[in-house]
Design a protein around this ligand. Structure first.
Ligand code: CP
Ligand code: NVA
Length: 315
């Protein structure tokens, strides 16, 4: 164990993967997100994190994650500090463990967007304050939290529902699968054969919560949500050309929505590429819920930060 790993409390609650919270904790966070969203819409001041500081560390680009965390901590009465690794000593090789020790002595909560999941886990092991995953190569829990909350707002529980994932076996896909096992729903997964899921990243005993389809149209039959994401995630840009070829035929189309349940909704974490992973008529159509989904990043992450620092609040 590196020296820095010593003396860090194992009681600190981090949010590094979707299954870091229990189903009961999600039930609380969804309920709380509604309350915080209502306060926001009513311009009601709510400052449970007065004088608290959030450090936001980015190793990859972002629009939604940065803005929702920065606005969110401000609305909760705290302050956000943006750190881009290229401008910090992390970009010059300072060990992650040392950075975690130092940063977590100066702030109250930390959000990181980075490459390997191992990096954020090493950081969290050496942090004195909660660490939130703002996207890694393997997982994007804050986004799936917002997505499931977006479903919950209209339809309530996602339990027993079916979600079609059409496209790459990426961070969003693995997080949806983790969520399916934890919250008891099903993923119909369809990707080109050369981009199939890595068994190592699947939850143990995923069982009936995951079904693989070679034909994306079949994956969409009778589902409640259809979702997709970019074919080339950040960090994989050198593969873009071959991915464009491999994924043709995996664009979410109106035909796919038409074989789903009648009240199916389309989700995309954004940014989107019309004419690649999704047809313009789908993302801009009336079954698309992508703008609500993006807005909800703000509300769920406020509930998450409040929960990690203050626990449950009864109102
Ligand atoms: N969906 C999402 O995480 O968007 P950004 O990359 O803009 O943060
Ligand atoms: N899978 C995408 C998500 C972007 C929000 C990526 O990692 O680039």
């Amino acid at each position: 164990m590196p020296l820095a790993d010593k003396n860090i409390s194992s009681k600190i609650k981090h949010y590094l993967r979707f299954d870091d919270l229990t189903a009961d904790e999600y039930a609380y966070i969804f309920k709380r997100s509604v309350q915080l969203k209502n306060k926001f819409k009513a311009y009601q001041t709510w400052h449970p994190l007065h004088d608290r500081t959030l450090a936001m560390i980015f190793e990859k680009n972002s629009t939604r994650t940065r803005l929702s965390f920065e606005a969110g901590i401000h609305q909760l009465g705290g302050h956000g500090v943006y750190l881009n690794t290229q401008d910090t000593q992390l970009g010059r090789g300072e060990p992650v463990e040392d950075a975690a020790q130092v940063i977590s002595r100066m702030v109250d909560i930390i959000m990181i967007r980075t490459f390997g999941q191992d990096i954020i886990e090493r950081f969290a092991r050496n942090s004195r304050v909660p660490v939130i995953n703002g996207l890694t190569n393997e997982f994007h829990p804050c986004q799936v939290l917002a997505d499931i909350f977006t479903y919950y707002e209209t339809f309530r529980s996602i339990k027993g529902k079916a979600v079609a994932w059409i496209g790459d076996a990426n961070n969003m896909a693995y997080t949806w699968i983790q969520a399916a096992k934890l919250l008891n729903f099903k993923i119909n997964f369809s990707s080109p054969p050369q981009y199939k899921l890595d068994e190592e990243l699947l939850p143990d005993n995923v069982g009936d919560h995951l079904e693989i389809f070679s034909n994306p149209l079949e994956a969409c039959k009778d589902v409640d949500i259809i979702t997709t994401d970019v074919w080339t995630s950040m960090g994989f840009e050198s593969e873009n050309h071959e991915r464009q070829k491999a994924f043709s035929g995996f664009m979410v189309s109106d035909e796919m929505l038409n074989v789903a349940n009648k009240d199916v909704i389309f989700m995309h974490c954004l940014p989107a590429h019309r004419g690649e992973e999704v047809a313009a008529s789908v993302i801009d159509g009336d079954r698309s819920i992508v703008w609500e989904e993006a807005e909800n990043r703000l509300h769920v992450q406020k509930a998450l930060m409040e929960y990690l620092l203050c626990g449950e609040i009864e109102e």
